[in-house]
Design a protein around this ligand. Structure first.
Ligand SMILES: Cc1ncc(COP(=O)(O)O)c(C=O)c1O
Length: 424
């Protein structure tokens, strides 16, 4: 059987130990090929029940008494994220705030733990919010922000940061390096352990943004010696638009790191309401404020499903699904003006691949409008296509790729003049 036979994808589905999980998600249009779970994951049925129950059985009847058992919920919810997806033992993860806020908090904690060092480093292909926040921090604290030009193929292949790429930038003046585990655009997977070890050998902190990796691949933070990391929960984590993010601080460095926003949730005797800030020990010392309970319940139901399925099995399906995408790309798309922007080595990618085309923006709009395929577009010329292993079947990917081939072969996308959406 060839990859271009639909039976190929059906056979993968029949043998897929995760195939029954698809039923656990709300799918209102079975004809839609949803290949954008790397941007916003599908809604789990359990979440509909969990949120309704929270409102009718807790908030409604309990009103303010509920805080008695809600107050510390960011911690067990963080533990669940850690257990299900990060390879993190309890007491090191908090579910809170947004990735951007958590990123800012941990950047400053790391920089202030290395006072006197004046250099911070990131890469040009890093997600915009991270780059913009670092630019602001550099300005505010008079630091030098060094940006590795990994968009230049002479410096890095598919934006991948390796030890060889990073090493020339390091010195004993570096306080902080921040990288994505999986590059948001190209899908390149940076190696957590070798890069963490390298940065530590220069006495600096490496802050990982794992937004595009959490719920897609195994990261083994504890075993890989990670110090600090942040990420979201709404992509492969399926916790909903704007759901709380998470931060990870390894126990080894919790006492050394102090976040700049000293909110009342990190006060040791929180309800003593005393005049002076005295930080709580442990991971609570990194929490700012009242958690969104509805958001936490969305995380709880979604990450419980991930835990049940198992991150090893999930990452295996990401590898097989992206492999099938690359084979379909070779068979159908390579001759239509597309280029592959993601590695052919499954260990160097996660749950999405990225393909380039000079008309990528119009193709993405046309796929939504004419073909019922949902990819996403990233400037300047990338189309991202993802497998979200629990709600996506192999045949859904196969159908999506066939429709991309047909839409581009017939040049139907040329009917699109421009998109009127601010969001791509
Ligand atoms: C890698 C990465 N970091 C940070 C963010 C920003 O997340 P938030 O808007 O939740 O702060 C995103 C959003 O997609 C992201 O992909």
């Amino acid at each position: 059987m060839k990859v271009t036979d639909r039976e190929y994808a059906l056979a993968l589905d029949a043998a897929d130990p995760l195939r029954h999980f698809k039923e656990r998600y709300v799918i209102t249009d079975p004809d839609m090929c949803y290949l954008d779970g790397n941007s916003l994951g599908r809604l789990p049925h359990d979440t509909v029940v969990a949120v309704t129950d929270f409102m009718t059985k807790e908030w409604g009847p309990e009103v303010v008494n509920g805080w008695g058992h809600w107050v510390d919920e960011a911690q067990p919810t963080g533990d669940l994220i850690g257990r299900a997806t990060l390879g993190a033992a309890a007491g090191q993860v908090l579910a809170c705030d947004t990735t951007s806020v958590n990123f800012y908090q941990l950047c400053l904690a790391a920089i202030h733990a290395r006072l006197g060092r004046k250099t911070i480093i990131t890469d040009a292909a890093n997600f915009p919010t991270d780059r913009y926040i670092l630019e602001g921090i550099a300005k505010q604290f008079d630091l030098e922000l060094v940006i590795i030009d990994n968009e230049d193929p002479k410096i890095a292949e598919n934006e991948l940061i390796t030890v060889d790429v990073l090493k020339p930038y390091l010195s004993d003046d570096v306080a902080l390096v921040t990288l994505e585990v999986i590059q948001y655009r190209s899908g390149a997977r940076n190696d957590i352990k070798s890069l963490t070890d390298l940065v530590r050998s220069f006495g600096a902190f490496l802050l990982w943004d794992a937004s595009h990796a959490v719920g897609a691949i195994e990261m083994n933070f504890d075993a890989n010696g990670v110090d600090i990391a942040v990420g979201c929960t709404y992509k492969y984590g399926n916790s909903g638009p704007g759901a709380p993010a998470w931060l990870y601080v390894n126990k080894r460095v919790q006492a050394e790191l102090q976040v700049p926003i000293q909110g009342w949730f990190s006060q040791a005797d929180q309800f003593g309401m005393g005049p002076v800030f005295e930080r709580a020990e442990g991971i609570r010392g990194f929490q700012i404020a009242s958690p969104s309970l509805i958001g936490l319940r969305c995380i709880k139901s979604a990450f419980s499903i991930i835990e049940e399925a198992g991150i090893t099995e999930i990452s295996h399906k990401c590898a097989t699904g992206t492999q099938m995408m690359i084979e379909l790309y070779d068979a159908w798309l390579a001759d239509l003006g597309f280029t592959l922007l993601t590695s052919r080595d499954a260990n160097k990618r996660g749950g999405h691949i990225s393909i380039g085309h000079p008309d990528a923006a119009r193709i993405c709009v046309a796929l939504r409008q004419f073909a019922n395929v949902i990819p996403d577009y990233r400037t300047p010329d990338s189309i991202r296509l993802a497998i979200s292993p629990l709600p996506t079947s192999y045949v859904e990917i196969w159908d999506g790729f066939q429709r991309i081939r047909d839409l581009v072969t017939t040049r139907q996308y040329e009917k699109i003049e421009k998109s009127d959406s601010r969001v791509t």
